[in-house]
Each structure stands twice: as C-alpha cells, then as structure tokens.
Design a protein. Structure first.
Length: 226
C-alpha cells in the first residue's frame, strides 16, 4: 500500500458521517502494522484520524478514550515520551478524562508527562504550559495521600513557570500559591511566607486587583503572626 493510497483511505474514512469510518480506519491501522511494522511513520495520521472520528459521537466515549490513550502510547513509543506531540496527546487525554470524571485515566496521563525525561530548553514555547498543567494535575491528586510527591511536583511547576514568566504572570502566581498552600499545611511557615511574598510580587507585576492582593496579604499576615 503506497503512501498516496494511505492518504486517500484516511480521507475516505473521514468523509463518512459520524463515526462510521472508524471500522475502516481500524482495518487500515491493523494492515499497516502488519505490513510496515508497529511503529511505522505511516501510522501517525491513521492514529490521529482514529481519535478524531471516534470523538464525533459522545456515545462512543469508552472507545474514544481507549483510542486516545493508545495513540498517546504509540506516540511515546514511536517518537519518544518527551516529543512535543506525545506531550500534547497525553495532556489532551487528561483534560478529556477530567471532563468525564475519570480520575484514574487522568492520573495516568499526567503521570506519563511528569515521568518523561523532558529537556525544557528543547521544547516549543507552546508546550511548556502543557507540562505545567500535567505537573499541577498530578500534584493535586497526590496532595492528600502522597504529599511529598505533591511537593516535588509543585516545586517543578514553580521552577517551570519561573522559566516561562520570570517577571510575573497569572500562572506563576498560581504556581507559587499552590506550593505555598502545601507548605502551610506542613506548617513550614518560613518557606511558605517567602512564597506568599513572591506570589504578591508576581500579582503586582501583572496589575492584579486589590481583592487578589488582599487575599495574599491575609496569608502573609497569618504567617507572620505565628
């Protein structure tokens, strides 16, 4: 099967109404895996089309999520866990899982990004916020039972946001707030106070509202009073 024939087969499946083209795409995927190998580059657009077609019908939720996870795993194997497209696929899956209240699947997706050997300097600028979302998403799920891991994840997110927006941004302020709140739970008042002050500076830098600054000032006052 030539590349031109593969492109035509994908287009034909995509033109079918609803998710009717799904069976044809699954057959195409299986044929290419047998003919060219499980990680053949020609499979890339096939996996993408599979997820797109499966997403056309909300009733096919389980199949859609399964295919999306399979695609993310395929991208990780074919391109590497740190490849931008791999990261995008995992984060998209995590958001979809969150929307469907599928916490185990969302956690698996966040874990895949957090565990990847990522070189932040090598990633496109638009992917860095996605890594941040993954770190926060996983940290929030670890905060109750695995607080040490949550702390490491929030610290990684703070460092990443400082790289993205060293002069301040809403996301940097949020990263500082997340870590400060966790340290307040651990009664680590000194480090928490430092983070709250930095959070305030980040908010001032972006022209935050008086209400936002007052909320941080209240935390600072409580930490200083102890």
């Amino acid at each position: 099967m030539t590349d031109a024939e593969i492109t035509a087969a994908i287009a034909q499946a995509m033109e079918q109404p609803g998710s009717h083209g799904l069976a044809d795409l699954v057959a195409l995927r299986d044929r290419l895996q047998a003919d060219r190998g499980p990680l053949a580059p020609a499979l890339d657009p096939v996996w993408k089309a599979l997820v797109q077609v499966a997403s056309r019908r909300h009733a096919d939720r389980d199949q859609r999520m399964e295919l999306a996870e399979q695609r993310a795993r395929w991208l990780s194997a074919a391109h590497g866990p740190s490849d931008p497209e791999t990261i995008r696929a995992w984060v998209e899956l995590a958001f979809s899982a969150d929307d469907d209240f599928d916490e185990p699947l969302a956690a698996r997706a966040w874990e895949a990004v957090a565990a990847a050997p990522i070189d932040l300097d090598a990633l496109p600028a638009d992917v860095l916020p996605l890594v941040s979302q993954a770190l926060r998403g996983l940290a929030s799920r670890r905060a109750d039972a695995r607080i040490d891991e949550a702390r490491r994840l929030f610290e990684r997110d703070r460092a990443l946001q400082e790289k993205i927006s060293p002069r301040g941004s809403p996301q940097l302020a949020l990263s500082l707030e997340n870590l400060a709140s966790l340290l307040e739970q651990l009664d680590e008042r000194g480090p928490a106070l430092d983070l709250r002050r930095r959070q305030r500076d980040a908010l001032v830098a972006i022209g935050a509202s008086r209400d936002q600054l007052d909320a941080v000032d209240a935390h600072i006052a409580r930490l200083r009073a102890r």
